[in-house]
Design a protein around this ligand. Structure first.
Ligand SMILES: O=C(O)c1ccccc1NCC(=O)[C@H](O)[C@H](O)COP(=O)(O)O
Length: 214
């Protein structure tokens, strides 16, 4: 299963988290986030990581030119669009960055809102479903109503996000069947400072799920 740990701010933590089992790391390029990192910081972190780790920049409502510049300068392998980007924006971004993974995050408010996912699957590689918070775009620690997602089966891979922790990941994955999971505040001491013990506990829980399923 794909496991993305998001909101990395320290290069040495990215290496440790990758060694513990993460397949993707997320870097927040949203200036008002407490987890914001500069292009220079991302490049330093990416340079030290093994090539098989996906490195994802998280953006909200930036222009295609701004995203493309950050991707080119930092060596990211993917972008996560966490704002109000339309399907057409995703299509345009795909033309500009044909070899970069595009993840569209949807902050789900209701079952009707979930239907908008279908509008994106043609233009993105992956969807990410996050919890809705009226003031914050992401990293909120709020969980989604997993019962809404029991039948969710889009035409592309998808990641479950929103308030996941080592303690609730088993319950979440018993209810829904995503291609992967994304965590941030649930494996942190403070915003941007990951707690490696919590990350280790998370992979322990995920291993138990795999053992139960095999
Ligand atoms: O994490 C942030 O500070 C953030 C700020 C602005 C846009 C997106 C942001 N995070 C996006 C993520 O992918 C988080 O991992 C996701 O929201 C889940 O966070 P959490 O509920 O804390 O696990």
């Amino acid at each position: 299963m794909r496991v993305k740990i998001c909101g990395i701010t320290q290069p040495q933590q990215s290496i440790a988290i990758a060694s513990l089992g993460a397949t993707a790391l997320g870097f927040i390029c949203v200036p008002n986030s407490p987890r914001y990192v500069t292009t220079y910081q991302i490049r330093a972190a990416v340079a030290e990581l093994p090539a098989n780790i996906d490195t994802i920049g998280v953006f909200a409502n930036l222009s295609i030119a701004e995203i493309s510049q950050i991707v080119a300068d930092s060596g990211l392998t993917g972008v996560q669009l966490h704002g109000d980007e339309s399907p057409d924006f995703c299509y345009q971004l795909r033309q500009a960055l044909p070899n970069i993974e595009i993840i569209k995050a949807l902050r789900i408010r209701s079952l009707e809102h979930l239907d908008t996912a279908d509008d994106y699957t043609e233009y993105v590689d992956t969807l990410l479903l996050d919890a809705y918070h009226p003031q914050q775009l992401g990293g909120t620690g709020k969980t989604l109503d997993w019962t809404m997602l029991e039948q969710f089966n889009p035409n592309c891979p998808w990641l479950l996000a929103g308030g996941l922790t080592a303690d609730n990941i088993v319950e979440a994955l018993n209810q829904v069947n995503p291609s992967g999971v994304d965590l941030s505040s649930g494996v942190e001491r403070t915003p941007g400072d990951k707690d490696l013990d919590k990350v280790a506990l998370l992979f322990h829980s995920l291993k138990n799920i795999e053992l139960l399923r095999s």
